[in-house]
Design a protein around this ligand. Structure first.
Ligand code: NAD
Length: 315
């Protein structure tokens, strides 16, 4: 299959390089000039796994303006606040035949994709796959080959032939996909998971294990999860985990599966980039307002992360 990876950061590189290694034709499209320059200068991207086996992988790289291809599938891995700009700059190569797929964190991206793609061409999901961009042209696929897992669902909740082809390619690339027919519930369950782990670890600049091992971790998570689940119940969203399952997933992921990992939101904070908090805790708070529920803890946490961003900007 022919893919264009829109956004060649940590996750764009991970998905794209693994799909390329599984035999697909992949072109990466990016706009961060130091990254583009470095990749061209070194003839590819340096890839390691858990800081080991650093090796150069040649890739095809274009900017939105230079790309002239007609891929079957566009995979979007930008940060939420970058997506509108990428879409505008890439619009010239979009057509009705193409599918748009993404596993970005947070919510807000689907409405933006809908401005360019028909609902039956949009597939989205969630990725529990830790990846770190060490710097321009240098990425670390955390975990062993085949580590991590992901969910995917059609916006129409009706998988078609192309959905199954994408699923097969992701499986060959060892991304461990699960295909669901609960679009909003799948995405929101991950937003809620991230609203605890990403946000708290970012605010305190700590790895996930430190949160998981903190004696009050359960209480912190419980409060955020209860608010978010109350709101989803009011909004009629059927989440894919119960509250207890979500608490269990938080515990296992922080303490056992990824104790040394810093979430992607943390990577933004330490590089003085804006975080995705408005699309995670902020999104939950906005959804609450729509259903006359004041998500006090999520609002407070969103403001605290912005305070941390503000503090770093003024240091
Ligand atoms: P990323 O920041 O690595 O890359 C996104 C874009 O930002 C790319 O175009 C990249 O070139 C650019 N970029 C990276 N560093 C930059 C810098 N210092 N200055 C300017 N531009 C820069 O983002 P990502 O981690 O690939 O995340 C993409 C989406 O996937 C997000 O929604 C994220 O929350 C989600 N996600 C990430 C992970 C992870 O482990 N990284 C896991 C699951 C989901």
């Amino acid at each position: 299959m022919e893919f264009a990876m829109i956004g060649a950061g940590a996750m764009g590189l991970r998905y794209g390089i693994l799909l390329q290694e599984a035999g697909n034709d992949v072109t990466f499209i990016d706009i961060w000039q130091p990254h583009i320059d470095k990749i061209r200068e070194q003839g590819g991207v340096y890839v390691s796994r858990d800081h080991q086996d650093r090796h150069l992988v040649p890739i095809k790289l274009e900017t939105p303006e230079t790309y002239q291809g007609d891929p079957d599938m566009l995979i979007f891995f930008t940060k939420q606040m970058q997506l509108a700009d990428f879409l505008k700059r890439c619009e010239h190569f979009f057509n009705d035949r193409q599918y748009a797929f993404t596993c970005m964190n947070g919510m807000g991206h689907i409405e933006k994709l809908q401005q360019y793609f028909a609902d039956d061409k949009i597939i989205a999901g969630t990725a529990l796959i830790a990846t770190v961009l060490n710097g321009p042209g240098d990425v670390d696929f955390m975990g062993k080959r085949g580590a991590g897992k992901m969910n995917m669902a059609n916006l129409t909740e009706k998988p078609d032939e192309m959905t199954h082809r994408l699923f097969d390619e992701l499986q060959k690339a060892q991304m461990n996909p699960t295909l669901t027919t609960n679009f909003k519930g799948t995405l929101m369950t991950k937003v809620i998971f991230n609203s605890v782990i990403n946000t708290l670890c970012t605010m305190f600049e700590i790895p996930m294990g430190e949160l998981g091992n903190f004696e009050k971790a359960y209480d912190l998570g419980r409060q955020l999860i209860d608010e978010a689940y109350d709101i989803c119940e009011r909004a009629g969203i059927t989440l894919v985990s119960t509250r207890e399952e979500e608490m269990y997933a938080l515990d296992i992921n922080t303490r056992i599966d990824m104790p040394l990992h810093y979430p992607s939101m943390y990577q933004d904070m330490i590089h003085d980039r804006p975080t995705e908090v408005d699309y995670i805790n902020g999104y939950i708070a906005d959804l609450g307002r729509e259903y006359h529920y004041e998500a006090k803890t999520h609002i407070f946490l969103t403001n605290l992360v912005h305070l941390a961003e503000y503090h770093r900007a003024n240091e």
